[in-house]
Design a protein around this ligand. Structure first.
Ligand code: ZN
Length: 487
């Protein structure tokens, strides 16, 4: 459809729309308006006014209709805002992609970003709505192919660097190509579902082969410096030991004098968190054979920093903090899973984290090392933590009542220092009269522990595989509970 600019506005001719959409356009000279008819319904436009009346509803437009010789021009938004009201199929204008979508066709909006995070480069695809995709690695590029009729894509502009040369559409209807630089060695991909029905696909590009053993990772209670194997070699990204899940730390919230939240009937958060932690520990040990540590196994107080420190000192692969929630409104309900929000302070720390420093080496010369600030250890694991949160949400669904906003980010101190994927689970609201008796019941505590176990399995399976199609991923091995539900 021909379009033209009038001022800043993209305009289309009503005559062209009339041909495409079977509209009946009439100018009412006396009334000074233009009437657009479609199957007995009308849209009325008034020259000089950035408004339309569509089937009696007043609609705002970004610009008034304007005359071009004998034709009337309307802003392209007229289609999605006004015509869509009277039309009998779905109409959607994608200005960026210069498309008008008629009917139910799949054209996901994809915004691609690129950022250098220390030694790795991250390419983020914000996809809305969630769309199945496949990743494939070619000799010079990674292809991301979406299952769609067309793509509405916004691509970043940036200078080529060692890991990443360019990002471009290789097939406008389905495929985006990540063109790799000479330093590229391997990649990891994670899909993070978002609450709005969309999601983010994170593709991390790293130097060095995928098989390479992870470097000595900086864990412990003092900042440590990973030593690169040779000068000019950038240390690979710290990999979570996902497949080799060895140690899980479970953190029962509160303890001792610090009781946490209390329910109206007297239930105490610190007791619920410990009870669920013990159940989860038992099932993780027996089902997965992993080492499970509790930050406390009794009724004692413990500082937030000590909890993450215990996980770091034991080289835990996952950190899961358990809590029960409270609200001033009794009706608020449902479990929520939190992972760390990198707020502004976090962003600055991340920049500092990825800053290179040059240290003299034994035998002369210097080498670049990467500083990792202890307090911000978690920033390197945000995408894995988001993925773990997503896995828990998925496994809770249908078994544990979820809050309308099930996955959230917050600047939680207990997570910030954890040097591994880490989430905090609010298992329900003790202030909700239905949920208080549930939270103390054996049945509910077992269900939550089972859902957490299945979420950990799911996360492990997801993190293991670089190729994935969200709609085609196999479910984790059905647990006795889920198997029974399916029957
Ligand atoms: Zn709490």
């Amino acid at each position: 459809m021909p379009a033209m600019l009038v001022g800043d506005h993209v305009m289309v001719a009503l005559d062209d729309l009339a041909g495409l959409f079977q509209l009946n356009v009439r100018e009412d000279v006396l009334a000074g308006g233009v009437t657009v008819g479609y199957k007995g319904k009308t849209v009325i436009l008034t020259p000089g006014q950035a408004l339309a009346s569509a089937a009696g509803r007043l609609i705002s437009l970004p610009a008034p209709p304007s005359r071009d010789g004998r034709r009337w021009l309307v802003p392209v938004e007229f289609i999605s805002r006004a015509l869509a009201v009277v039309y009998d199929s779905k109409l959607d204008v994608r200005k960026n992609a210069r498309m008008v979508l008629v009917g139910d066709i799949r054209v996901p909006q994809i915004t691609v970003r690129q950022e250098v995070l220390g030694p790795q480069t991250r390419v983020t695809f914000a996809v809305s709505p969630r769309t199945p995709y496949t990743l494939s690695q070619e000799p010079t590029c990674i292809l991301v192919r979406f299952d769609a009729d067309a793509l509405d894509v916004t691509l970043p502009t940036f200078a080529p660097e060692g890991l990443l040369q360019s990002i471009r559409l290789s097939d406008p209807n389905s495929t985006i190509s990540i063109d790799l630089g000479p330093r590229f060695g391997s990649f990891r991909a994670l899909f993070v579902p978002q609450e709005d029905g969309g999601g983010q696909l994170l593709v991390d590009l790293m130097s060095g082969p995928a098989e390479q053993a992870p470097p000595p990772t900086p864990r412990g209670d003092v900042p440590q410096l990973p030593v690169p194997p040779a000068p000019e070699t950038v240390p690979p990204m710290i990999q979570p030991a996902a497949g080799g899940l060895r140690t899980v730390v479970i953190d029962p919230g509160h303890g001792g004098e610090e009781t946490g939240t209390k329910g109206a009937a007297g239930a105490q958060e610190k007791e619920i968190t410990l009870a669920v932690a013990r159940r989860l520990k038992a099932s993780l040990e027996s089902r997965l054979g992993v080492r499970v540590l509790l930050t406390r196994d009794g009724d004692q107080a413990m500082a937030l920093d000590e909890r993450a420190a215990l996980a770091n000192n034991n080289k835990a692969d996952l950190f899961i903090s358990l809590h029960a929630n409270a609200s001033i409104r009794k009706e608020v309900s449902g479990a929520q899973i939190y992972y760390l929000a990198a707020d502004q302070a976090g962003e600055e720390a991340r920049k500092a984290t990825s800053s290179r420093q040059t240290l003299p080496t034994v035998g002369g010369g210097s080498r670049e090392i990467e500083m990792i600030l202890w307090e911000m250890a978690q920033l390197r694991y945000l995408s894995q933590s988001a993925s773990l949160a997503g896995a828990f949400e998925e496994q809770f669904r249908g078994r544990v009542r979820l809050n309308p906003r099930p996955v959230q980010q917050a600047p939680l101190r207990v997570l910030a220092g954890a040097n591994m994927p880490a989430v905090l689970v609010e298992m329900g609201f003790l202030t909700n009269p239905d949920e208080e008796p549930q939270l103390v019941s054996n049945a509910y505590q077992n269900t939550i522990a089972q859902a957490l176990l299945d979420g950990i399995l799911r996360y492990r399976d997801l993190a293991d595989r670089p190729k994935m199609t969200p709609s085609q991923e196999p479910s984790p091995t059905p647990s006795p509970d889920t198997a029974r539900r399916r029957q």
